[in-house]
Design a protein around this ligand. Structure first.
Ligand code: PLP
Length: 400
């Protein structure tokens, strides 16, 4: 038979992960599971988005006048939102897309030939392998050092660049990282920019969670990379996290760096964007009105996350010093990492928690933790359900 007409880049192993199968079976069994992996912000009863969504129905959205980089009033609204955070951002350096995932794919198309490499952090967000593969791009991981509060291992990063043999095109950073919740130190940001500039690479900084710092950041931490300009830098954000509206499909990329590189990058991104024209007109035109609502929404998230963290810490305190579980510190974001005894592997912990206690958690390996012995929970679920479920998790893991 001739070769079937499908590309290698879509030849994923689609076998279901045994944990997913186990959880689906438990759910089908009618077990009322509490899902501590829930991070879909539209499903956790945080706020009623109906009034915001209503802005999409305005008659101005009835006319289609495509502008590839995004309509000026929408780009200006994103710049204004940066200004309100005390960050300098030029509207003409902002590119709209349908989501941060799409922004990544456009940036990889912009920077990489087939077989080029992008460097991604480990641990981090588990979508990079897919995003890169769809653009025929290779990934290499650089470690964040858990023992040093996830400091970037700059030596390992430089080694990974060397190992890519001249084909490393971008350093990706998630800031604050998912799930470690760490913001970069200022000295790390400077070093990353310098390494990128020295090696003719770009920095791609995913700041979708950057508005979710928990309390004031320590002075040595950087709030945002938007003002970093030594290397060509792409800062990603979007409605899915800034406003809890993933269904609205609008993301943005702020491009910064040496002027000639920024101009060239934007001119090329404009061509990519023009090929797809993927952002809907109604959402672009509604963006100024939508962004007005963001402080309230973000406050609600921060309150929820803070309460859930307190419940987690209370449970750990009750388990006492010999409780054998520990929460890793976070600066922000929606996730917490629990270090648990390695008396069972992560799959065994997850299975035990689902089958015997009706609670779903993520294994740490899902996020590329460097070793076994971690569970990850979302801090978005409703507080009462979260408190009860996390208490069970802590009690179970404390028993070893
Ligand atoms: C770090 C990070 N970046 C990007 C995304 C995806 O955002 P979007 O909906 O804009 O594609 C997520 C979603 O969970 C995320 O955790």
């Amino acid at each position: 038979m001739n070769r079937p007409p499908f590309s290698q880049r879509t030849a994923w192993d689609r076998t279901e992960n045994p944990l997913t199968v186990m959880i689906a079976l438990a759910q089908a069994d009618g077990q009322g599971l509490v899902d501590l992996t829930e991070s879909n912000p539209t499903r956790v009863g945080l706020f009623d988005s109906t009034p915001l969504i209503a802005a999409l129905g305005h008659a101005r959205g009835a006319v289609y006048a495509p502008i590839p980089l995004g309509v000026p009033l929408a780009r200006e609204a994103v710049a204004a939102a940066f200004h309100e955070r005390g960050l300098q951002a030029r509207a003409d350096r902002i590119v709209l897309s349908a989501s941060s995932s799409e922004s990544y794919s456009w940036i990889f198309k912009l920077l990489c030939e087939r077989g080029d490499t992008v460097l991604i952090p480990a641990p981090s967000y588990p979508l990079f392998d897919f995003l890169a593969r769809l653009e025929d791009v290779e990934v290499r991981r650089y470690p964040l050092l858990r023992e040093e509060n996830f400091r970037i291992d700059l030596d390992a990063l430089e080694r990974a660049i060397t190992e890519a043999k001249g084909r490393a095109r971008a350093i990706v950073l998630v800031h604050p990282n998912n799930p470690t919740g760490t913001f970069a130190r200022r000295d790390e940001a400077k070093a990353l920019s310098a390494i990128a500039a020295k090696n003719g690479m770009a920095l791609v900084v995913d700041e979708v969670f950057s508005e979710y710092a928990l309390g004031a950041l320590p002075n040595d931490r950087l709030l945002s990379f938007v003002e970093e300009n030594e290397a060509l830098t792409f800062v990603l954000g979007g409605l899915s996290k800034s406003l809890l509206l993933p269904q609205c499909k609008l993301g943005w990329t702020l491009v910064n760096g040496p002027d000639d590189l920024v101009d060239e990058a934007i001119a090329r991104l404009e061509l990519i964007a023009d090929t797809y024209l993927s952002v809907s007109t109604p959402v672009q035109l509604a963006l100024p009105a939508l962004l007005q609502g963001r402080k309230e929404v973000q406050q609600a998230v921060i309150e929820r996350v803070t309460k859930n963290l307190e419940a987690l810490d209370r449970a750990l305190q009750i388990a006492g010093e010999h409780g054998a579980a520990r929460r890793l510190p976070i600066d922000g974001g929606w996730y917490a990492i629990l270090e648990v005894p390695r008396t069972r592997d992560e799959d065994e912990w997850v299975t035990l928690l689902v089958r015997e206690h009706g609670v779903i958690v993520h294994p740490g390996y899902f996020f590329d933790m460097e070793r076994d012995g971690f569970l990850v929970v979302s801090l978005l679920p409703p507080v009462e359900a979260f408190a009860e479920a996390i208490q069970k998790v802590v009690t179970v893991v404390s028993q070893g």
